[in-house]
Design a protein around this ligand. Structure first.
Ligand SMILES: NC(=O)CC[C@H](N)C(=O)O
Length: 235
């Protein structure tokens, strides 16, 4: 229920079929928001119906898509992304993309909300995970670097041109100078491979895991930039 009886509660769903969904809820709950925001775990089409926005967590994109199909939420998700804000982290970023390279045998269901081609495990199979500091001008306290945690992370391979109202905004670059030495190859230093947080229209993706840090600034960014503007004046 709304705190002051006037503003309607905004519900942010977290797709909770597999992966790091609980950590996203903890991060959102830590944020002190002026506007009343509730979070729910989404496992069915009925849960999704209640949501104003959605986070698709990291985990295993093929498994998440398969479980979504089995639980009858895949087709509703495809409709949801057409009109509502959605943030995908890591595996969630893969699901939001239009095309994927390195999909498992049998293919990979995608929601296709962002005109991006992405490579699963795009840093190479020898690299399980790494951390790198990110300078992100759009965050609260922008001078403080954000620790990007990359776990078998995808890499953005290509952006497809789109009409200007849905153009792609790069929110964070991974500076080639800050890459672990095993990864410092010319391949990994070229755009758009250096793009690790990207927005397009209502959608936002990060190829790393902000929810695995104690730093809530990406959650704050999603709420402030992608969700709340849709509710200005709505009570
Ligand atoms: N940390 C992650 O979410 C990894 C994503 C995983 N490599 C996939 O393809 O789904």
């Amino acid at each position: 229920m709304a705190r002051d009886g006037h503003e309607r509660v905004i519900i942010i769903g977290i797709l909770a079929l597999q992966g790091a969904f609980a950590e996203h809820q903890t991060a959102l709950q830590r944020l002190s928001l002026n506007r009343t925001i509730d979070t729910i775990f989404v496992r069915t089409a009925e849960d999704l119906d209640r949501c104003d926005a959605l986070i698709i967590p990291g985990g295993e994109s093929t498994t998440i898509a398969l479980l979504a199909r089995l639980s009858g939420v895949l087709e509703p998700l495809k409709l949801f992304v057409k009109t509502k804000p959605v943030w995908g982290t890591c595996a969630g970023a893969i699901l939001l993309s239009q095309a994927v390279e390195g999909a498992k045998k049998g293919g990979q269901e995608l929601l296709g909300a962002m005109s991006i081609t992405i490579a699963r495990n795009g840093w190479g199979s020898q690299v399980e995970s790494f951390e790198a500091d990110l300078q992100v001008p759009g965050l609260r306290d922008p001078v403080v670097p954000f620790t990007g945690i990359f776990i078998r992370a995808p890499v953005i391979l290509a952006l497809t041109p789109t009409p200007s109202d849905h153009s792609i905004i790069v929110v964070a670059h991974l500076s080639p100078d800050l890459l672990p030495s095993a990864l410092s190859s010319p391949d990994h230093s070229a755009e758009p491979r250096t793009y690790v947080a990207v927005r397009q229209g209502l959608h936002f993706l990060t190829t790393f895991h902000p929810e695995l840090t104690n730093d809530d600034r990406f959650h704050d960014y999603f709420v402030r930039e992608c969700v709340l503007p849709l509710f200005v004046g709505v009570s």
